[in-house]
Design a binder for this molecule. Structure first.
Ligand code: AMP
Length: 235
């Protein structure tokens, strides 16, 4: 039996379908490494500023004495993380104009020289945020972080347990227990060294499901470098 040649239009159609399948495959793999969970990272400004590098208050003035957001970071269960996932999805201040005043309060820049926050937010969006675009767009990313900060209510949780930013030293275990009581899950704590060389409470890593709504158990803890007793400086 002899095979009839396929009609040209059918061949063209097949080529188009193959091309589309190929494109989806390729695009899928560039955005690909779908992350597993978020680290929601907050920092104590008193500890950020009490280092040899110092800090600069934002142009809008000294932030409130409260934990500030550092970032919302997509992560893999093995502890590695994607970064700079989509250079085309750049930070656009106009898309978050309704959030700016809350970002200034809750996600303040402390870098020198003083800024308005845009440089910090741009860095966080481009390095980390673009890797969560399967879940959150630019507006959703910043709104989610602000919502998580409210929900975590870290400073109040610590104060309720008698742990205050008063330059006292507190047991790491009691800090961890207090936050676990509020969040419902263990958290990661990172310390830095103050100007006098003391280990001080710097950043708190809370694990969040990939939709950005629920606190979850951490599949992997960040390395903390904390002494058994850490100082909680004022701000
Ligand atoms: P990342 O690359 O997301 O791990 O963030 C690290 C960068 O964020 C470093 O360049 C830090 O100096 C910067 N950073 C951390 N906290 C702040 C802050 N409160 N204000 C400005 N920059 C910050």
């Amino acid at each position: 039996m002899t095979m009839k040649p396929l009609p040209l239009r059918f061949v063209l159609f097949l080529l188009l379908v193959c091309n589309a399948v190929f494109q989806i495959g390729v695009l899928g793999s560039t955005n690909s490494e779908e992350f597993d969970f978020f680290f929601f990272v907050q920092q104590w400004p008193g500890s950020y500023c009490d280092t040899k590098n110092h800090c600069c208050y934002p142009k809008s003035g000294k932030p409130a004495a409260d934990f500030g957001i550092h970032g919302l970071w997509p992560n893999y269960n093995d502890g590695s993380y994607p970064s700079n996932c989509n250079p085309e999805n750049s930070f656009d201040k106009s898309e978050i104009s309704d959030l700016l005043s809350n970002l200034e309060k809750g996600w303040p820049t402390l870098a020198c020289p003083s800024g308005d926050g845009v440089k910090f937010w741009t860095h966080e969006w481009e390095k980390h945020g673009t890797c969560s675009e399967s879940q959150l767009d630019l507006h959703g990313y910043f709104e989610t972080a602000l919502t998580l900060k409210k929900k975590a209510n870290l400073l109040q949780t610590l104060k309720d347990a008698g742990i205050k930013p008063d330059y006292e030293f507190y047991d790491m275990e009691s800090i961890k227990e207090a936050i676990k009581g509020g969040i419902g899950h263990e958290v990661g704590i990172q310390c830095n060294h103050g100007t006098s060389g003391n280990s001080q409470l710097f950043q708190v890593f809370i694990c969040v499901d990939k939709s950005g709504t629920e606190f979850v158990e951490c599949p992997k803890m960040p390395r903390g470098r904390c002494a058994s007793k850490v100082q909680f400086p004022s701000f």
